[in-house]
Design a protein. Structure first.
Length: 150
């Protein structure tokens, strides 16, 4: 299982080439956001998780009450049903601001197929963020920021 967070450096700066190396910290703190993302409490493991405000957010700030597992992230109906509003390549940052760690289970049958995470299981450490992109062709969430192998 790969871990994304403060203890593992990404292959490139979070957010792409030339991005500030403090981007994950700024996202987690809500600093510099035009509309700061609300903090979502996660008090149990989640299948087909649908955090409040996901349809209009690019950052989800999570406060977990201990180690939690997420097997899928529901794709908002707005992304699928609104003409001209493509779900393909929608980007999302999930930031664990308190508690944790947060484990994203790859290809879990506990969630509907279009809500699953492609690839192996990965974990986000407290005070860290992970970038996700929704691939509408394969109907899976894919991790953007990969950890460096140790």
């Amino acid at each position: 299982m790969a871990t994304v967070g403060a203890h593992v450096a990404p292959r490139r700066p979070l957010g792409g080439p030339g991005a500030s190396p403090v981007l994950a910290h700024r996202l987690a703190a809500g600093v510099g956001l035009a509309n700061p993302a609300p903090t979502i409490a996660l008090s149990a493991d989640a299948d087909d998780w649908h955090p409040r405000g996901l349809a209009f957010s690019w950052v989800v700030r999570v406060q977990a009450t201990g180690a939690r597992r997420v097997s899928g992230l529901a794709v908002p109906a707005l992304w699928r049903e609104t003409p001209g509003f493509r779900s393909s390549h929608r980007r999302l940052w999930v930031c664990l601001v308190d508690g944790g760690p947060l484990t994203f289970v790859g290809e879990s049958p506990r969630s509907q197929a279009p809500h699953r995470f492609a690839g192996p299981t990965f974990m986000v450490a407290p005070q860290a963020c992970v970038g996700l992109v929704y691939d509408a062709v394969s109907q899976r969430w894919r991790r953007v920021a990969s950890p460096t192998p140790q």
